[in-house]
Design a protein around this ligand. Structure first.
Ligand SMILES: NC(=O)c1ccc[n+]([C@@H]2O[C@H](COP(=O)([O-])OP(=O)(O)OC[C@H]3O[C@@H](n4cnc5c(N)ncnc54)[C@H](OP(=O)(O)O)[C@@H]3O)[C@@H](O)[C@H]2O)c1
Length: 274
């Protein structure tokens, strides 16, 4: 079987392509620029393609049976119609709660494609801790952030990749929508404390207002509507009840990776350096 992995130079797609390379299937990794593409096992074939360029996309999709697609509302129609033209029989789509408030254009386009589909919707990635907090921890040894008591269950990107790999390879997931969170619920302050434990130092947490939080995210390049969504989501999760199940484990049979494990794997990102 030939499987195309989109976003293969990114976090989830990279982990997925690496995992699928261990199977006997032909794995194709999509990138807009093969000259910059790197970091996957040699058995993975790179293919150049851009969601905005249907012609090149069809070349990349030629002969492909199944595809992992990360959601992009602006291009989903182009991508799924190219996939349908190329005769794909399964799409596993990473959806996002940010995709749309009135209906979800990504889900609607995929449902209308005529191709078997499964949606995997991860909650906030553990990787956000690096995007939001590594700079202040490296440079100031402290964090300024919103809603210290907001509880979320950060999901390790490798667990998202595990779920997607399972759904791509196994039968029985067609038409299902899986929401994936991490195995434990932690407040923002507890997450920062975990980083401190791994680094062996205390990291002060200074609470800032929602408006300051939004500005902070936008100063890291986060688009305004996503910054709004992040802050609003955290507001909803202040003192929210803990997650009691482990969705990734139900699908893959393996317990989800903890936040402490993710921090241990990325500890150098939080240490002062050049
Ligand atoms: N952060 C969170 O908490 C969170 C939670 C849930 C879901 N998500 C979603 O998860 C998805 C995947 O995230 P990620 O972190 O794995 O991705 P990522 O690391 O941000 O990488 C983005 C990937 O998109 C590819 N790409 C960008 N524009 C493209 C285009 N026009 N055509 C083809 N490929 C294009 C890039 O490939 P090249 O540059 O090689 O072309 C790159 O591999 C995103 O949609 C994100 O919104 C995030």
């Amino acid at each position: 079987m030939r499987i195309l992995v989109t976003g293969a130079t990114g976090t989830v797609g990279g982990a997925l392509a690496t995992q699928l390379a261990e199977t006997h299937h032909e794995i194709v990794a999509l990138t807009r620029d093969v000259n910059r593409a790197d970091g996957l096992p040699a058995s993975v074939e790179w293919a150049e393609g851009d969601f905005r360029d249907p012609e090149r996309l069809r070349n990349a999709l030629s002969g492909v049976d199944r595809m992992y697609l990360f959601s992009d509302a602006a291009t989903v129609h182009t991508v799924v119609s190219a996939a349908a033209d190329c005769g794909l029989d399964r799409l596993v789509v990473l959806t996002s709660p940010v995709d749309g408030t009135a209906g979800n254009p990504v889900k609607e386009a995929v449902r209308a494609s005529g191709i078997d589909w499964t949606f995997v919707e991860p909650g906030p990635f553990a990787m956000n801790a690096r995007d939001w907090w590594s700079y202040p921890i490296r440079h100031f040894g402290a964090v300024r952030w919103v809603y210290p008591k907001a509880r979320i269950a950060p999901v390790h990107e490798a667990d998202v990749a595990d779920v997607v790999a399972t759904v791509l390879l196994e039968d029985g997931h067609t038409g299902r929508e899986y929401t994936i969170s991490g195995p434990e619920s932690l407040t923002q302050q507890e997450q920062v404390a975990v980083i401190g434990e791994v680094l062996g130092k205390e990291i002060p947490f200074q609470e800032i207002s929602p408006e300051e939080g939004k500005e902070l995210l936008m100063s890291h390049g986060v688009p305004a509507e996503i910054a709004d969504w992040v802050v609003a989501t955290l507001a909803q999760h202040v003192d929210a009840p803990s997650v009691v199940d482990d969705p990734a484990e139900r699908i893959t049979g393996r317990p989800g990776r903890t936040f402490a494990q993710w921090v241990a794997e990325h500890a150098d990102d939080f240490r002062p350096g050049p």
